[in-house]
Design a protein around this ligand. Structure first.
Ligand code: FES
Length: 123
């Protein structure tokens, strides 16, 4: 499922609610859009994390299907050249960009909502 966030103004203040916390089960990955970019919300071992949906290898999307989790739900994998990332911190542990990491997005789970706290600056 693809979730698109539309904001009335490009100068919107944070925090911004992305989705209901109950809609993201453990081991689930949800794509969302903000500032014309794609992000991935994941819940791993109960905690919510978010990363840009952009691989550090060639700046291509990790996933076009909405989920970057491996079939066992323990790691994230880029669909392009199969780089593997740890869900907790986005570090690439194997593949063509080993040692690099996904760009983290600040999120917070509060009052049954997942809140976007900001957006990474363009590189
Ligand atoms: S673009 Fe992700 S591994 Fe190459």
């Amino acid at each position: 499922m693809l979730l698109t966030l539309k904001f009335a103004m490009s100068t919107s203040k944070y925090p911004v609610a992305i989705m209901a916390a109950s809609a993201l089960d453990d081991g689930q990955c949800q794509e969302f859009h903000h500032q014309q970019q794609s992000g991935l919300l994941i819940r791993y071992h109960g905690q919510v994390h978010a990363y840009l949906n952009r691989c550090p290898h060639q700046a291509k999307p990790l996933t076009d299907t909405g989920s970057a989790f491996t079939s066992d739900g323990q790691l994230l994998q880029c669909q392009q050249h199969q780089a593997i990332f740890t869900p907790l911190n986005g570090h690439c542990i194997t593949g063509p960009c080993v040692g690099e990491q996904l760009t983290s997005i600040a999120v917070l789970e509060q009052d049954e909502q997942i809140l976007l706290l900001g957006w990474p600056r363009q590189l």
